[in-house]
Design a protein around this ligand. Sequence first.
Ligand code: HEC
Length: 139
Amino acid sequence: MRTTIVLTFLVAIVAIGSLSFITIQDQKTGGPWDIPQEYIDMENPHKGDSSLDRLGRAGYARHCRSCHGRNGEGDGPMAAQLETFPGDFTKAEWHEKYNDGEIYYMSFVGRDEMPNFESNITDIEERWAIVNYIRSLKD
Ligand code: HEC
Protein backbone atom coordinates (compact mmCIF):
# COMPACT_ATOMS: atom_id res chain seq x y z
CA MET A 1 0.00 0.00 0.00
CA ARG A 2 2.68 2.44 1.07
CA THR A 3 4.79 1.45 -1.97
CA THR A 4 1.85 2.20 -4.29
CA ILE A 5 1.45 5.66 -2.79
CA VAL A 6 5.13 6.37 -3.09
CA LEU A 7 5.16 5.12 -6.68
CA THR A 8 2.11 7.19 -7.66
CA PHE A 9 3.77 10.19 -6.09
CA LEU A 10 6.98 9.62 -8.02
CA VAL A 11 5.12 9.16 -11.32
CA ALA A 12 3.22 12.40 -10.67
CA ILE A 13 6.44 14.29 -9.97
CA VAL A 14 8.06 12.99 -13.15
CA ALA A 15 4.93 13.88 -15.16
CA ILE A 16 4.76 17.41 -13.77
CA GLY A 17 8.49 17.83 -14.29
CA SER A 18 8.36 16.83 -17.94
CA LEU A 19 5.30 19.01 -18.52
CA SER A 20 7.08 22.13 -17.33
CA PHE A 21 10.07 21.08 -19.43
CA ILE A 22 7.80 20.95 -22.49
CA THR A 23 6.38 24.41 -21.66
CA ILE A 24 9.84 25.93 -21.54
CA GLN A 25 10.87 24.11 -24.71
CA ASP A 26 7.80 25.51 -26.46
CA GLN A 27 8.82 29.11 -25.85
CA LYS A 28 9.63 31.02 -28.99
CA THR A 29 12.58 33.34 -29.10
CA GLY A 30 11.75 36.94 -29.89
CA GLY A 31 12.88 38.18 -33.31
CA PRO A 32 15.34 41.06 -33.78
CA TRP A 33 14.46 44.29 -32.01
CA ASP A 34 13.73 47.40 -34.03
CA ILE A 35 15.56 49.94 -31.87
CA PRO A 36 15.27 53.65 -32.74
CA GLN A 37 18.56 55.37 -33.60
CA GLU A 38 18.24 57.84 -30.70
CA TYR A 39 18.50 54.93 -28.25
CA ILE A 40 21.36 53.28 -30.16
CA ASP A 41 23.24 56.60 -29.89
CA MET A 42 22.42 57.11 -26.21
CA GLU A 43 25.38 57.20 -23.83
CA ASN A 44 25.11 55.63 -20.37
CA PRO A 45 25.76 58.60 -18.06
CA HIS A 46 26.33 56.26 -15.09
CA LYS A 47 28.63 53.72 -16.69
CA GLY A 48 30.91 52.10 -14.10
CA ASP A 49 29.27 54.02 -11.22
CA SER A 50 29.44 51.42 -8.45
CA SER A 51 27.58 53.73 -6.05
CA LEU A 52 24.42 52.66 -7.94
CA ASP A 53 25.01 48.92 -7.46
CA ARG A 54 22.48 48.51 -4.67
CA LEU A 55 19.84 50.55 -6.48
CA GLY A 56 20.31 48.44 -9.58
CA ARG A 57 20.17 45.14 -7.76
CA ALA A 58 17.05 46.16 -5.82
CA GLY A 59 15.32 47.53 -8.93
CA TYR A 60 16.04 44.34 -10.86
CA ALA A 61 14.81 42.18 -7.97
CA ARG A 62 11.62 44.17 -7.72
CA HIS A 63 10.70 44.66 -11.36
CA CYS A 64 12.54 42.13 -13.49
CA ARG A 65 13.51 39.01 -11.57
CA SER A 66 10.05 37.40 -11.69
CA CYS A 67 10.47 36.78 -15.41
CA HIS A 68 14.21 37.12 -16.05
CA GLY A 69 15.32 35.03 -13.06
CA ARG A 70 17.74 35.62 -10.22
CA ASN A 71 20.81 35.29 -12.44
CA GLY A 72 19.23 36.68 -15.60
CA GLU A 73 18.97 33.37 -17.40
CA GLY A 74 15.35 33.93 -18.37
CA ASP A 75 14.06 31.41 -15.85
CA GLY A 76 12.14 33.44 -13.25
CA PRO A 77 9.02 31.97 -11.64
CA MET A 78 6.77 33.65 -14.22
CA ALA A 79 8.87 32.66 -17.22
CA ALA A 80 7.08 29.36 -17.82
CA GLN A 81 3.84 31.24 -18.48
CA LEU A 82 5.41 33.42 -21.16
CA GLU A 83 5.18 32.57 -24.84
CA THR A 84 8.46 34.31 -25.55
CA PHE A 85 11.77 33.40 -23.93
CA PRO A 86 12.92 36.51 -22.00
CA GLY A 87 16.56 36.16 -23.04
CA ASP A 88 19.75 35.11 -21.27
CA PHE A 89 21.74 37.98 -19.75
CA THR A 90 24.62 35.72 -18.70
CA LYS A 91 25.96 35.13 -22.22
CA ALA A 92 28.96 37.15 -23.40
CA GLU A 93 27.52 37.16 -26.97
CA TRP A 94 24.39 38.85 -25.68
CA HIS A 95 26.45 41.62 -24.06
CA GLU A 96 28.50 42.09 -27.23
CA LYS A 97 25.38 42.30 -29.38
CA TYR A 98 23.85 45.31 -27.62
CA ASN A 99 25.18 48.60 -26.32
CA ASP A 100 23.80 50.20 -23.14
CA GLY A 101 21.33 52.41 -25.03
CA GLU A 102 19.83 49.38 -26.74
CA ILE A 103 19.52 47.54 -23.43
CA TYR A 104 17.86 50.65 -22.02
CA TYR A 105 15.31 50.66 -24.86
CA MET A 106 14.47 46.96 -24.56
CA SER A 107 14.25 47.25 -20.75
CA PHE A 108 12.04 50.30 -20.37
CA VAL A 109 10.16 50.68 -23.65
CA GLY A 110 9.75 46.93 -24.21
CA ARG A 111 7.43 45.23 -26.69
CA ASP A 112 4.75 42.53 -26.55
CA GLU A 113 5.28 40.37 -23.45
CA MET A 114 8.18 42.54 -22.30
CA PRO A 115 6.33 45.19 -20.27
CA ASN A 116 6.81 48.93 -20.75
CA PHE A 117 8.30 50.41 -17.58
CA GLU A 118 8.41 54.07 -18.55
CA SER A 119 5.68 55.11 -16.15
CA ASN A 120 6.59 52.54 -13.51
CA ILE A 121 10.30 53.32 -13.19
CA THR A 122 10.48 57.07 -13.65
CA ASP A 123 13.84 57.68 -11.97
CA ILE A 124 16.36 57.83 -14.84
CA GLU A 125 19.22 57.07 -12.46
CA GLU A 126 17.44 53.89 -11.34
CA ARG A 127 16.95 52.86 -14.98
CA TRP A 128 20.69 53.13 -15.70
CA ALA A 129 21.43 51.40 -12.39
CA ILE A 130 19.35 48.45 -13.64
CA VAL A 131 21.18 48.48 -17.00
CA ASN A 132 24.49 48.39 -15.09
CA TYR A 133 23.18 45.54 -12.95
CA ILE A 134 22.20 43.55 -16.05
CA ARG A 135 25.72 44.14 -17.38
CA SER A 136 27.12 42.60 -14.18
CA LEU A 137 25.21 39.34 -14.76
CA LYS A 138 27.64 38.17 -17.44
CA ASP A 139 29.38 34.93 -16.33
C1 HEC B 1 6.28 39.83 -17.30
C2 HEC B 1 7.60 39.30 -17.52
C3 HEC B 1 8.74 40.28 -17.69
C4 HEC B 1 9.16 41.24 -16.78
C5 HEC B 1 8.55 41.58 -15.43
C6 HEC B 1 10.33 41.85 -17.39
N1 HEC B 1 10.60 41.27 -18.59
FE1 HEC B 1 12.12 41.76 -19.86
N2 HEC B 1 11.41 40.45 -21.23
C7 HEC B 1 10.33 39.64 -21.07
C8 HEC B 1 10.09 38.92 -22.30
C9 HEC B 1 8.98 37.91 -22.54
C10 HEC B 1 11.08 39.33 -23.20
C11 HEC B 1 11.25 38.90 -24.67
C12 HEC B 1 10.37 39.83 -25.48
C13 HEC B 1 10.57 39.71 -26.96
O1 HEC B 1 11.66 39.33 -27.43
O2 HEC B 1 9.62 40.04 -27.68
C14 HEC B 1 11.90 40.28 -22.49
C15 HEC B 1 13.01 40.89 -23.05
C16 HEC B 1 13.86 41.74 -22.37
C17 HEC B 1 15.11 42.24 -22.88
C18 HEC B 1 15.68 41.92 -24.27
C19 HEC B 1 16.28 40.51 -24.23
C20 HEC B 1 16.68 39.99 -25.57
O3 HEC B 1 17.64 39.20 -25.61
O4 HEC B 1 16.05 40.30 -26.58
C21 HEC B 1 15.66 43.03 -21.91
C22 HEC B 1 16.97 43.75 -21.96
C23 HEC B 1 14.74 43.00 -20.79
N3 HEC B 1 13.66 42.21 -21.10
C24 HEC B 1 14.94 43.69 -19.63
C25 HEC B 1 14.01 43.72 -18.57
C26 HEC B 1 14.16 44.56 -17.40
C27 HEC B 1 15.33 45.49 -17.13
C28 HEC B 1 13.07 44.35 -16.62
C29 HEC B 1 12.71 45.02 -15.32
C30 HEC B 1 12.76 46.46 -15.31
C31 HEC B 1 12.24 43.36 -17.29
N4 HEC B 1 12.84 43.02 -18.47
C32 HEC B 1 11.05 42.86 -16.80
C33 HEC B 1 9.55 39.52 -19.93
C34 HEC B 1 9.65 40.32 -18.81
